[in-house]
Design a protein. Structure first.
Length: 238
């Protein structure tokens, strides 16, 4: 989390830089994501923040994790061509609670804030709750929950995710089976990559059917076969 002083210092540096928001967030050290900077600019317009110089801001940043920390900046370094550019990448929601304060009351408050943010992200992604998940997605979510929390029982996750126990176990059995489309997926991926990412489902389907020899159904395609023409509908290819 950024302190008010750090936010105002960042706003001051942004004003001095003359850069656009995307450029500043990509190029300036220990800057936030674009969404945060845009939000702070709106707060500045509303009089809630004022761009104020913060000498030696980078050395005085209080965060040990997440955005605004040296650790985050180091993780965000990436190479573009021959020039190394520093800039924050998208924050993984799993890291949102990494910088909770030590004070119990503030820690509880921030934990509630983080939960609200996570639920808001799910809502924006049109996945506000378990009802929007498929049975396989519910099984995957339940499996991960039980792996992360040894106290979670099968009954706990099936009730929370609103999935019958029999359906949950059936999805587990399905997941354990070999993927019947594995060979086809490899061919589709190869066709798409060979086109430089230009092919859509229709073009990939046509490409799979082209070539010498008799075509085979995608169900009969042998693993590793990269040349035999394949018959598959666009729906299956998608």
């Amino acid at each position: 989390m950024y302190t008010k002083e750090e936010r105002e210092g960042i706003l001051w540096e942004f004003r001095q830089s003359g850069l656009s928001v995307p450029e500043a967030c990509r190029r300036l050290p220990l800057f936030p994501t674009r969404a945060n900077l845009y939000r702070w600019l709106r707060m500045e317009e509303a009089g809630e923040l004022a761009a104020t110089e913060m000498p030696d801001r980078a050395a005085r940043m209080h965060c040990a994790h997440g955005e605004g920390s040296a650790r985050f900046a180091a993780r965000s370094r990436r190479v573009r061509g021959e020039a190394e550019v520093e800039g924050p990448e998208q924050t993984d929601w799993r890291d949102w609670g990494a910088d909770l304060p030590d004070d119990p009351a503030e820690r509880a408050r921030m934990a509630e804030v983080k939960l609200a943010e996570a639920l808001a992200v799910l809502d924006v992604l049109k996945a506000p709750g378990p009802a929007s998940l498929t049975s396989m997605e519910k099984w995957r979510a339940g499996k991960l929950a039980r792996e992360r929390c040894p106290l979670a029982r099968l009954r706990d996750v099936t009730e929370t995710l609103s999935i019958p126990k029999s359906t949950y176990l059936d999805q587990a059995a399905r997941a354990a089976r070999a993927d019947p489309k594995a060979a086809l997926r490899a061919r589709v991926r190869a066709s798409f990559e060979a086109s430089g990412g230009a092919y859509g489902a229709e073009s990939v389907t046509a490409d799979l059917r082209s070539g010498p020899g008799a075509a085979v159904s995608w169900r009969d395609l042998e693993p590793g076969d990269a040349s035999t023409p394949v018959i598959a509908s666009e729906k299956v290819v998608c």
